[in-house]
Design a protein around this ligand. Structure first.
Ligand code: PLP
Length: 394
């Protein structure tokens, strides 16, 4: 063809991580057909949607089948009933939002990927290792990214110490995927203060907020003074309410955020109105049901279930004196590979000796080399068996 393409796509790292895992697991299974493989590598939920969520979807589906209650296009920013449900959910964290600051979406990944549309050329700071969408979406749009090392020395929670300049766009994911590490109030405040001082924007990914157990870990960045002047928060019902296949999330753009004479909330509204046509009515009713206090309590039963798995895995590692982050305030457990193995050597070691599959840390960034991610999204039974097997080989 004679067209010009977006050459930036040539700069995106090939995401071979999960295909390589699938390839190695399938080769192993072919050679060892009797082996009962346990997968602790998945980042997807396994518990079903809750009773109230399913009830709301059924009711909304019936409404869609009757002329008098049928709905067509939803507002791009979401129906008021679900925006209000988000506002009221945030009061649980002591955060006051205005309905117009809440933008309902089909999930956090879309918003994290699309937010670059409203930003110009900036210094972009992204922790390494990290959820790959932040880097890839910036590279796709031709931006240069500076990686901020997260490592064992800083507990996988880098601080702004030593960073100079101003007007940065800073990505923070807490509790973090893949490391499970979560900023406490003091740690996150350092970033907020830095952002306010330097006129920077924080893009705060709170997709794992529901897993927070400790009182000192903020659920929302807006719990901290100054955050309304420097942060956009992007959240999701995927992990909190099991919506990975149902698709609903939300982004908060405070009215205070303004640059170059434009309000970021107005820009995001315009961006969404141009390129997005809203989340289906049935799904927004499901989201509303998940966000009511009773609905959320039901969802938290599933979160509790996963966290029981996390405890099983983290207790094993604590007992063996293996360094790890997460397992607390997060469904992820990020451990140092034993016996000096690299991430992929450790992957093969666990697969061959315990028939347990995890995710090599190197797949999330250079700083992830020598580390490994286990998840708590399996069943109690499978997790307990995996822990028993790992106990023998670690
Ligand atoms: N942010 C992080 C850190 C994630 O790990 C994920 C999914 O794994 C997402 C966002 C995407 O969430 P969603 O399913 O709402 O697109």
């Amino acid at each position: 063809m004679k067209i010009k393409i977006n050459e930036n796509f040539k700069n995106i790292a090939q995401s071979y991580l999960f295909s390589e895992i699938a390839h190695r697991v399938s080769a192993f299974q072919t050679e060892n057909p009797q082996a009962k493989i346990i997968r602790l590598g998945i980042g997807d939920v396994t518990r079903p949607l809750t009773r109230r969520v399913v009830g709301a979807m059924k009711k909304a589906s019936d409404e869609m089948g009757r002329a008098e209650t049928f709905r067509g296009y939803a507002p791009e920013h979401g129906y008021d009933f679900v925006r209000d449900a988000v506002v009221s959910h945030y009061t649980e964290f002591g955060v006051k939002l205005d309905r117009n600051e809440v933008f309902i979406s089909d999930g956090a990944k879309s918003d994290l990927g699309n937010i670059v549309d409203i930003l110009g050329t900036n210094s972009i700071l992204i922790p390494d290792p990290v959820y790959p969408v932040y880097v890839d979406s910036n590279v796709m749009s031709g931006r240069n990214v500076t990686l901020v090392p997260a490592c064992e020395e800083n507990g996988f929670l880098p601080s702004p110490d030593g960073i100079t300049g101003e007007g940065h766009v800073i990505y923070i994911c807490s509790p973090n995927n893949p490391t499970g590490a979560a900023y406490d109030r003091a740690g996150l405040s350092e970033w907020v203060d830095f952002a306010v001082r330097t006129g920077s924007l924080i893009i705060f990914d709170s997709a794992y907020e529901a897993f927070i157990e400790d009182g000192d870990i903020p659920h929302s960045i807006y719990e901290l003074d100054g955050a309304r002047e420097c942060a956009i928060e992007i959240c999701s019902l995927s992990k909190a309410a099991g919506f990975t296949g149902t698709r609903c999330g939300f982004t908060i753009v405070p009215a205070e955020l303004e640059a170059s004479g434009l309000k970021l909330s107005a820009m995001w509204e315009r961006r969404q109105a141009t390129k997005f046509n809203g989340v289906p009515y049935v799904i927004q009713r499901a989201a509303e049901a998940a966000l009511t206090p009773e609905g959320y309590a039901e969802c938290m039963e599933n979160v509790k279930y996963y966290m029981e798995n996390a405890k099983m895995i983290s207790s094993l590692l604590t007992g063996k004196g293996i360094f790890y982050t997460g397992g607390k305030n997060s469904p992820y457990i990020w451990l140092r590979c034993t016996r000096g193995m690299s991430s992929w050597e450790f992957f093969d070691y666990l697969l061959n000796t315990a028939n347990v599959v995890g995710t090599p840390g190197a797949g999330f960034g250079a700083q992830g080399e020598g580390f490994f991610r286990l998840t708590s999204f399996g069943t109690h039974e499978a997790t307990a068996e995996a822990v028993e097997r790992l106990d023998k080989i670690l």
